[in-house]
Design a protein around this ligand. Structure first.
Ligand SMILES: N[C@@H](CCC(=O)N[C@@H](CS)C(=O)NCC(=O)O)C(=O)O
Length: 276
């Protein structure tokens, strides 16, 4: 491939290609008017079953499994390939136009929450679960939660994009981001060699945030043949942890919500029985 010589000023080239090229834009804000539906439960989730979306539905199902009935929710489908994230109603909940986005209608004034890490922290604090209250344990949990938020863009937007979605295979970015993805897996492997769960002995929102990305990667669920390419069998502690989380009933339920491809699709969830 010929070297690219950047022009003095970048301009929007809609022909840049790649799997998600049609939804990428250099501007923010709504492209069309569209109100969001509101269902019967206090919590209204607008999402899709990508790794970022699964984090929230897994936590909600875990909260319900613990008996927190206030965590009942409607999960509405946002088809990002069709540009639903650019509708005016969605942009009012998340000005960044990305799933997941949550509205909490349980109080006098509805509360919006966007960014999956913020949603996990909000729900964990609201229900007093999956986030330790003791300062050291809480700091460890939030450190790993924010580690996930900062690291996964290198895995998804970096490695995953250039390995699976870019219009052609380019050695430089694939090398750079494979190196980083493996480094991140090794960070987790070393942690999980000495700790049952990510933040310690307890299962927390740190596990819930990290599992859909890095658990999914070592279980071969992300980016075609990437598990073989990245030699994920080397990360045996991550595999042990991923298997343990895979086996949780609430995780199995949560990862199905808003799923529109593969097996056991469930585009919307409005009642616990939708998953039974
Ligand atoms: N940092 C955000 C990332 C969310 C994100 O990247 N969502 C993707 C799907 S996984 C999305 O909605 N993409 C639509 C778009 O980029 O237009 C979070 O964790 O909530």
């Amino acid at each position: 491939m010929a070297d690219y010589l950047p022009p003095k000023v970048w301009t929007w080239d809609t022909e840049s290609g790649g799997t998600f090229a049609s939804i990428n834009r250099p501007i923010a804000g709504a492209t069309h008017d569209k109100e969001l539906p509101i269902g019967k439960h206090p919590l209204q989730l607008y999402s899709l079953a990508t790794p970022n979306g699964q984090k929230v539905t897994i936590l909600l199902e875990e909260l319900l499994a613990l008996g927190h009935t206030g965590a009942e929710y409607d999960a509405w489908l946002i088809k990002i390939g069709d540009g639903d994230q650019f509708g005016s109603g969605f942009v009012a909940v998340n000005p960044n136009s990305k799933i997941p986005a949550l509205m909490d209608h349980s109080g006098a004034t509805p509360i919006r929450v966007f960014e999956s890490g913020a949603i996990l922290q909000y729900l964990a604090e609201k229900f007093g679960a999956f986030l330790p209250s003791e300062p050291a344990a809480r700091a460890e949990c939030l450190s790993w939660l924010f580690w996930q938020m900062g690291s996964a863009p290198y895995l998804g937007g970096g490695f995953g994009h250039f390995y699976a979605y870019a219009p052609s295979k380019m050695e430089y970015p694939i090398n750079r981001f494979a190196m980083e993805a493996k480094r991140q897996l090794d960070v987790l492997d070393k942690r999980l060699a000495v700790s049952e769960y990510i933040a310690g002995d307890e299962y927390t929102i740190a596990d819930i945030a990290i599992w859909p990305w890095y658990g999914g990667l070592v279980k071969g669920r992300l980016y075609g043949d990437s598990a073989e390419f990245l030699s994920v069998h080397e990360y045996k502690h991550v595999l042990r942890w991923a298997d343990a989380i895979d086996a949780r009933p609430a995780v199995q339920r949560g990862r199905r919500v808003n799923r529109v491809s593969g097996e056991e699709q469930l585009p919307e969830r409005h009642d616990a029985s939708d998953l039974d």
